[in-house]
Design a protein around this ligand. Structure first.
Ligand code: NCD
Length: 339
């Protein structure tokens, strides 16, 4: 059984199915607070150090809002240039100092394993918000949570499902972490669709093979989607390429739109994307013409991110059993609670 209280969350490899189950149970209990039906002040007085050394919208803001929704304060640092890392300070020193100012830290950084290195200097739990092309454990958890819910609506489960992952599978940390969480389940079929140069790294393929799941690897989108229960699209991770010209070679290679979806997917295939989708004309991997499609789960994914991050804060700070004790009413007009 994973010990959450006081622990870092750095990699999906530190989790097992029991731990995931615990996180999802707590996440479900966060729903009324996220919908502003009621409040909890369980983390009143606590401080989150939200350190984002790489661009982010959803992950950074949802970590911050998740902490606020539990009653805590958020102290944010964004960008290398505004921190002493740009003066040559080590991750260890930064961690030693900032961890005395905070009760928990969420961190994103462009280098693989940097968040782990930072955590070694931290006196408080550190949650990995993405370390280079390596891992994105909280995204993978919210993705799996979304898959469970979406398939659950149709009476299906994760075991036995078929997922097609499309795009930059080499640099996409979300697909690396999600694949490993899926490996913990039974009888998964993976169809991995990418240009050959952007294929899923061998270490992830080894994990899939060692767990006995089925894998098809291809560089063709059409014709390889018809069995997918989940279609997980990704953006070309341009920031990981040596130049924009290099990234441009792959932009727009795979595009999903209404017509391709209707022609090549099952009618109940769920469409996912960690976002941001690259909506520029030369990329447009997920067309706006699917925006009102009921199987488009991308915004439900983002909503679920709030619940998962609230759960992780409650668990790592050891307050998951006290949420209700610190409840209070919402005093303002709340559109969300009207839903
Ligand atoms: C992803 C990331 O940062 O890895 N975004 C996110 O956190 N939702 C995917 C991406 O940037 O393409």
């Amino acid at each position: 059984m994973t010990q959450f209280e006081g622990s870092h969350i750095l990699s999906v490899n530190q989790l097992d199915l029991d731990a995931i189950h615990t996180i999802f149970n707590v996440a479900n209990r966060m729903t009324p607070y996220a919908l502003r039906e009621k409040r909890t002040k369980v983390l009143e007085g606590a401080i989150l150090g939200n350190l984002f050394f790489e661009p982010s919208t959803r992950t950074r803001v949802s970590f911050g809002c998740a902490f606020n929704l539990l009653g805590g304060h958020v102290r944010e640092t964004t960008g290398m240039a505004s921190s002493s890392l740009s003066k040559g300070e080590s991750l260890y020193d930064t961690a030693r100092v900032l961890s005395t100012y905070s009760d928990v830290i969420a961190m994103r950084h462009p280098e693989a394993y940097s968040v782990k290195e930072f955590a070694e200097g931290s006196r408080v739990p550190v949650i990995n918000g993405g370390d280079g092309a390596n891992e994105h454990p909280t995204q993978a958890l919210l993705d799996l949570f979304t898959i469970q819910k979406e398939l659950g609506f149709a009476g299906r489960g994760v075991d036995g499902m078929h997922i097609a992952m499309v795009g930059d599978l080499k640099h996409g940390r979300t697909v690396h972490s999600l694949s490993r969480l899926l490996c913990m389940h039974k009888n998964i079929s993976f169809t991995l669709i990418s240009p050959g140069e952007l294929a899923m790294p061998d270490y992830v393929l080894d994990d899939i093979a060692n767990a006995g799941h089925r894998v098809t690897i291809t560089d063709q989108l059409e014709g390889n989607l018809h069995q997918a229960d989940i279609l997980y699209l990704t953006r070309i991770q341009e920031e990981r390429f040596p130049s924009q010209d290099e990234a441009n070679k792959y932009r727009g290679k795979f595009r999903l739109n209404q017509s391709i979806y209707t022609q090549h997917c099952k009618s109940n295939t769920v469409i996912m994307h960690p976002l941001p989708r690259d909506s520029r004309a030369q990329a447009n991997e997920l067309d706006n013409d699917l925006n009102s499609h009921p199987n488009l789960a991308i915004f439900r994914q983002a909503d679920n991110g709030l619940l998962i991050r609230m759960a992780l804060f409650a668990l790592t700070l050891g307050v998951d059993t006290q949420l209700e004790k610190y409840e209070c009413p919402v005093n303002w007009y709340s559109r969300k609670a009207d839903r």
